[in-house]
Design a protein around this ligand. Sequence first.
Ligand code: ZN
Length: 299
Amino acid sequence: MTQQLIGAIEAGGTKFVLALAQADGTVLAETRIATRTPAECFPEIAAFYQQASVAHGTVAAFGVASFGPIDIDPASPAYGTFTTTPKPGWAGARFHDVLGQFGAPIVVDTDVNGAALGEWQSGAGQGCATLAYTTIGTGVGTGVVRNGKPLMGFSHYECGHILVPHDLELDPYEGFCPYHGDCLEGLAAGPAIEKRWGQSLSKLGSPPDKIELIAGYVAQLAANLVLLHMPDRLIFGGGVMKTPGLVEALRRATEAKLGGYIKAPQLDPGLERYIVTPGLGDEAGITGAIALGRAALSG
Ligand code: ZN
């Protein structure tokens, strides 16, 4: 039997991954385009799905996992619209403007909610009731999935902008967040590391003191995720987390901050099973976008 086809988009800060997949996740066509303005990207997105439809069949639903901030409330008239993003041209842009012509339902969620869903479904979060997926890359963000549904409030969570203790004697760097300066993203995202020390932690040779500093900031988020959501597992991905030694330092710092307060079988001694890296690697985002599209098929 012919499967329904899903148009899946992973919209990242540096690149878009566009895929046409079967509902079972089999990818039939895929391409990558550089993230520029909507005026440049949207025609390329439309052309890809027009060509892919001719080759493989009509798109039955779209799933979009996107950078933000973006309106992800399906009940909102502005659903799928970028809000306050400083990325040139994107504030006010709407995915429906480019995908609406295909006449298929569209589900839009954040990149981290998409990745959390992908990891829950077929990666390192399988079997978890509650799962938190965090990226530490060019930005910082967390998606939380509960029984396969991404959680939100009146908008998506903004875990990257939590405020963290900042010892200015130990770390005089003021942070780069245009809104808060030294919030978590302002201190620990890739750009903060490069502005502070001139290059990435990996290129610096993973110096232990610098690893400890960044791990300490990220551990504030990890400990707070435990306290706020009690997830069954924490997944940490993104370019910064690929630094050798960082995930180990994060486990130690998180365990120290929790101070033995939470006793649960999920929190194994050393947190080696609790804090893990993505099982799908860099495929988590597009896998999640396909899962979002599948939700549109059924809903
Ligand atoms: Zn901030």
